[in-house]
Design a protein. Structure first.
Length: 151
């Protein structure tokens, strides 16, 4: 089953169950997918791919994380809690991210494979990581790990 169908199905279940914590976030996701589909039609795409939906969801997670930081600094606890609930719903559709330990191991392997030795090689390493592990790595963690390994 495609990711879009899974999200639609989950939205229908949440609406039937009157789950007020879940369905507003699912509606946001569905709306973002429809916007992406409309934008894709102008480029000649007929249907949105799961990989496009995953990148869209990652973008939504990044936005929510940034909002959480702002709300925490401002002491807006009710808004912070709302963002965290949305994060849980959005993350349920994303592939499981690797732990920091597993990420470090993969980074070390790629550094050896590419022969990287300094920060100048960061782009080459990131490119190799994105080819092999685009869905399973959190690239904000990868960046800090690589800086530690290459210095």
């Amino acid at each position: 089953m495609s990711l879009k169908k899974q999200i639609d199905e989950k939205l229908n279940q949440a609406l039937k169950a009157k789950d007020k914590n879940t369905y507003p976030t699912l509606r946001l996701i569905v709306s973002a997918i429809k916007d992406a589909e409309i934008a894709g039609r102008s480029k000649g795409q007929k249907e949105i791919k799961d990989s496009d939906i995953i990148s869209l969801l990652k973008k939504m997670v990044k936005q929510r994380n940034e909002s959480c930081e702002v709300y925490e600094k401002a002491g807006r606890i009710e808004l912070l809690e709302n963002e965290k609930k949305e994060l849980i719903v959005i993350n349920s559709f994303l592939p499981q991210q690797l732990s920091e330990e597993e990420t470090k191991k993969i980074c070390e392997e790629i550094i050896k494979a590419t022969g990287a030795s300094s920060m100048k090689d960061m782009g080459k390493i990131m490119g190799a990581l994105k080819l092999k592990h685009a869905d399973s790595l959190d690239f904000s963690k990868v960046s800090s790990i690589l800086k530690g390994l290459l210095i």
